[in-house]
Every structure is written in structure tokens, then in C-alpha cells.
Design a protein around this ligand. Structure first.
Ligand code: NAD
Ligand code: ZN
Ligand code: ZN
Length: 345
């Protein structure tokens, strides 16, 4: 008899998710089955459910790429993990393992990469099928619900900060202080950087200050947010990390970058943004994209959380609340990160 589980699925782009029964997957050779304990809700899940990006998932699918749980079944030949271990099933679901990018530990750009909650079913379900070579290994002592946001929001911002090349004592501007941004502020402080947080919401900026941001700028009420960041940082931030899912933030982010600094783009609103060529050329500014991180970055990002140096601010919700959570995330009303709690009541 087919075992069934509860899942929240995208049946049509731009429509509410559907709570329904879905067959529990059976792990084939080289695969594992994870019983979900917790799964964070990322803004990427909204983009996925809206069909925002050029490469779209096939319908129907189960979103969620911050799923943490216990390994309950292992397929033939699996040696990388054992039953009972706590793992995370991240955005980087799997990759080929032997192309030039995989060999260089840049597996997220592998042409054969599969993405959790996008090209493969994700964590908005009671069970997740996973590739044992690509799961995150959750340090002992880090609770599933606290680990969940680290395996996307955490790794992405930790890696993105490294990609800015900003050094201890220098300035980083973090545009967007939501799910990704509130962790970015903590990673940046733990890495010895001075932090300027930029958002359009005073509540998010107050939160940023409580998390250690040295300066905050409201990009909605300021006449010229980039000029404010430049004034506060003595000429612009050495590194800029744009997590905001909003196009105006991108042009502003380039404008707040210091001469010879690097502006790293991680937010993924659909569309394009104008780059003022003369300023970028004459100021020798680097603009760079960054896409989650490698498995090595994952282990490092989790180690910061296990050591208590970063801590996700989470709000627990049941799977049945997913459409309400999506609505609030879309409207910017989620204070930091919602985590779907699968623990029995
Ligand atoms: P979120 O909704 O939790 O947070 C977004 C924050 O940006 C909010 O605090 C919002 O107030 C703020 N914001 C909106 N417009 C702004 C503006 N004009 N200027 C400054 N701040 C603004 O979203 P999230 O989960 O943090 O995800 C953010 C983006 O990052 C999404 O587009 C998501 O798809 C993308 N993402 C990318 C990667 C990657 O690997 N590159 C990984 C994860 C998420
Ligand atoms: Zn994500
Ligand atoms: Zn590869």
C-alpha cells in the first residue's frame, strides 16, 4: 500500500499552495529518505511558486529548501549518512561531482545541478527524498528549527560576505534586513566587519540595530540612501551585499560601493537593473553574483550557528498556515524567518 504524507504543493504559478496528500517517496539506490522536523520559508519559495524566473520548475512540485530532519531510510549503497542522523536538504540538492565547477568546489553552478524545492521536491512535506552526498550535516546541539534558516539564508549570506572581499574593520552595507539580511548582519559582525543595514521598514532596521548593525539607513524615507551610506562609511562600503528582492535596491547598492569595492548580488527579483557605466569603470567597482555556496561553505556557516555566533530569529508556524505566511512574506510583514514546525503537537 502506498504510504501518504501531507504536503503543500504548487499546482499553478501565482495561485495559493494546495495542502494535499502526496505519496511518501521511496529511496532508490544512492538516495535517502528524511523525516522533516522543520523547514524555513525563503523568499525564493515565493519566486518559485510565482514562476518568476526564466527556468521554471515543472508543475506540480513541493517547494522548501531549508528542510531539516532525521534520516529514516537509506537506499542501497549509501555510506555517507546513517539512519538517525540529522541532515538538511538544501537548495543545492545535487550536482554532477566531476565538471570543472564541481572540482573547484563551485558545485552550485554545475550545469547538472538539481535544486531542492525547485527541480526536486522540497521540505514543505512530512518526508523529503535527498542525495546523501549533498545534504547538510547538522552539528549536534543545534536544534532543527534553528538550523533550518542557516542552510539557505545563512550559507548564502556567509558566502556572499566572503565574496565581497571586505576585511575585518572595513565596512559592509547589507541591503535588505529580512530573512537573509538579519543573518548577514550577524555573520558580518562575527567576521569583524562594520555593518550598515539598509531596508525600507523601520521595524527591520530596529531589529538590525539590536543585532549589532553600526548604522542603519531607511531607503524609503531617505532622499538619497547611497549618499547616506557613503557619508556614514567615509566614502562608501568596501563590500555591499544586496539581499533585497527589489530592483531599486540594486542600482542603490552599486552607488553605495566604495572605490575599488565589491557589490555582491544575491537578491533575485525578476528583471534587470541599470548600471551607471562611468561610475563603475572610473571607480573600479566589481559587481558580482553569488548563488548559495559550496558544501564546504555550508559546514562553515553551520559552525557559526553551532558556536552561538549567529542565531536565526524564527517564528514557528504549522504547514497549514503556509499561504498566510506567503502573503505576509510578499508584503514584507515577516520580521525575520518563518520556520514550518513539523513536530507533533
Ligand atoms: P525577505 O522577504 O525575508 O527579506 C527581504 C527584505 O528586503 C525585507 O526586510 C524587505 O523589507 C527588504 N526590502 C524590500 N525592498 C527593499 C529595498 N528597496 N531596499 C532595501 N530593502 C528592501 O526575503 P529573503 O528570504 O531574505 O530573500 C531575499 C532575496 O534573496 C529573494 O529574492 C531570494 O530569492 C533571494 N535569495 C537568493 C539566494 C542566492 O543564492 N543568491 C539564496 C536565497 C535567497
Ligand atoms: Zn532560500
Ligand atoms: Zn558538476
Amino acid at each position: 500500500m502506498t504510504r501518504m504524507m501531507q504536503a503543500a504543493t504548487v499546482e499553478h504559478f501565482g495561485k495559493p499552495l494546495v495542502l494535499r496528500e502526496w505519496a511518501v517517496p521511496t529511496p532508490g539506490p544512492g538516495q535517502i529518505l528524511v523525516k522533516t522536523e522543520a523547514c524555513g520559508v525563503c523568499h525564493t519559495d515565493l519566486h518559485a511558486a510565482s514562476g518568476d524566473w526564466p527556468v521554471k520548475p515543472s508543475l506540480p512540485f513541493i517547494p522548501g529548501h531549508e528542510g531539516i530532519g532525521l534520516v529514516v531510510e537509506v537506499g542501497a549503497g549509501v555510506t555517507a549518512v546513517k539512519q538517525g542522523e540529522r541532515v538538511g536538504v538544501p537548495w543545492l540538492f545535487s550536482a554532477c561531482g566531476h565538471c570543472e565547477h564541481c572540482l573547484a568546489a563551485w558545485e552550485p553552478v554545475c550545469a547538472e545541478a538539481e535544486f531542492g524545492g525547485y527541480t526536486r521536491n522540497g521540505g514543505f512535506a512530512e518526508y523529503i527524498l535527498a542525495d546523501p552526498d549533498y545534504v547538510a550535516h547538522i552539528p549536534v546541539g543545534l536544534a532543527a528549527r534553528d538550523a533550518a534558516p542557516i542552510i539557505c539564508a545563512g550559507i548564502t549570506t556567509y558566502k556572499g560576505i566572503k565574496e565581497t572581499g571586505a576585511r575585518p574593520g572595513e565596512w559592509i552595507a547589507i541591503s535588505g534586513a529580512g530573512g537573509l539580511g538579519h543573518l548577514a548582519i550577524q555573520y558580518a559582525k562575527a567576521m569583524g566587519l562594520q555593518v550598515c543595514a539598509v531596508d525600507i521598514d523601520d521595524g527591520k532596521l530596529d531589529h538590525a540595530t539590536r543585532l549589532g548593525a553600526d548604522v542603519v539607513v531607511n531607503a524609503r524615507t531617505s532622499n538619497d540612501p547611497a549618499a547616506e551610506v557613503k557619508a556614514a562609511t567615509g566614502g562608501g562600503a568596501h563590500g555591499v551585499l544586496i539581499t533585497a528582492p527589489s530592483l531599486p535596491a540594486f542600482k542603490q547598492g552599486v552607488a553605495m560601493t566604495r572605490k575599488r569595492g565589491t557589490c555582491v548580488l544575491v537578491g533575485l527579483p525578476p528583471g534587470e537593473f541599470p548600471v551607471p557605466l562611468f561610475g563603475v569603470v572610473a571607480d573600479c567597482i566589481t559587481i558580482r553574483g553569488s548563488f548559495v555556496g559550496s558544501r564546504h561553505d555550508m559546514a562553515e556557516a553551520l559552525a557559526f550557528a553551532a558556536a552561538g555566533k549567529v542565531r536565526a530569529d524564527i517564528e514557528l508556524q504549522p504547514l497549514s498556515a503556509i499561504n498566510d505566511v506567503f502573503g505576509r512574506l510578499q508584503r514584507g510583514e515577516v520580521p525575520a524567518r518563518v520556520v514550518i514546525d513539523f513536530a507533533p503537537a
